[in-house]
Design a protein around this ligand. Sequence first.
Ligand SMILES: O=C(O)CCC(=O)N[C@@H](CCC(=O)O)C(=O)O
Ligand SMILES: [Zn+2]
Length: 330
Amino acid sequence: MLADWLEQSLNETASTPRGGEIPGGRFRVPGPGLLELTPVSAAPEAPAVVLSVGIHGNETAPIELLGASLARLEAGLMTLGSPVLVILGNLEAIRAGTRFVATNLNRLFHRDLADTGMEADRARALMHAVDAFFERHATRRRLHYDLHTAIRGSQYPRFAVEPYADATTTPEQWQWLAGAAIQAVLHQHTHSWTFSHYSKHYHAAQAFTLELGRALPFGDNGLAPLAPMGRMLDALLAGRSPATAEASRIAFFRVEHELMRHAEDFRLCFDDDTPNFTEFAPGTCLAEDAQAGSFTVGETALRVVFPNANVELGARAALLVSATQAPPTS
Ligand SMILES: O=C(O)CCC(=O)N[C@@H](CCC(=O)O)C(=O)O
Ligand SMILES: [Zn+2]
């Protein structure tokens, strides 16, 4: 039933049961692409967990990974121990196999959002679902992992983006992420209005965007490197503390600059297949924009993450980052 929920959410003609029993609790489908799991009993220290996948429609590995965890829960290999809201983000884009349909959903998670269109409506529905879920579990710690994959290869194939917000990340989170084989963390330098930023900014949740390898079609994902992440998802569903590892295993970076695309006539000055975290020396030209001019690396070398010359006008075409000290771990 739970594993079917993923498939049926993507198949508009199938009728998904609106609720039922699962090992250790109940499930409910409060809306399209939403699955709420409520345990019969949960330890007071078990967090309220939001797990989102498919915010970009062509990022399929997280959907398969989470589907496998839900199947294990349904098969009784574990019992539910935490309240969990599972979200399948951009349903139309997943059906189309594209990053988005009209605009990038992962820039729209803002309470003052005035945009119209499918993605804006979906952002409002998801914000409402998260608000209602955290409200229902107001006494619990809040956690949101938004699972993605990247367009390019990467010097660190699995990395986390830590959204910028007032709430601070607890040291335990770095140990959990290390235990789930996350290799690097990127601290955002400003508000980004992504889904993980939404939960951190408005709900003070521990929240991250997790990049889990490359964006590939369904069936083409090699999930073996994601096994530790799968075990973390299992632990969260079961209300157990995930496995930990030394945070010193993680390389930490901070965003120094956001390269924006302003003009139609815009190009990045390096190869399309340049992996994430590639370093460029001072004096290297990174972008040419007919409106904003060219961007050249200053006195300190910079690494490029998420380069994409084909973004919408006014959108981010790359993050430029540098290594930073590890945050306090206790
Ligand atoms: O590989 C790429 O260029 C994009 C991968 C992706 O979708 N990344 C997220 C990061 C969100 C964040 O900054 O927290 C995105 O661009 O939305
Ligand atoms: Zn993504």
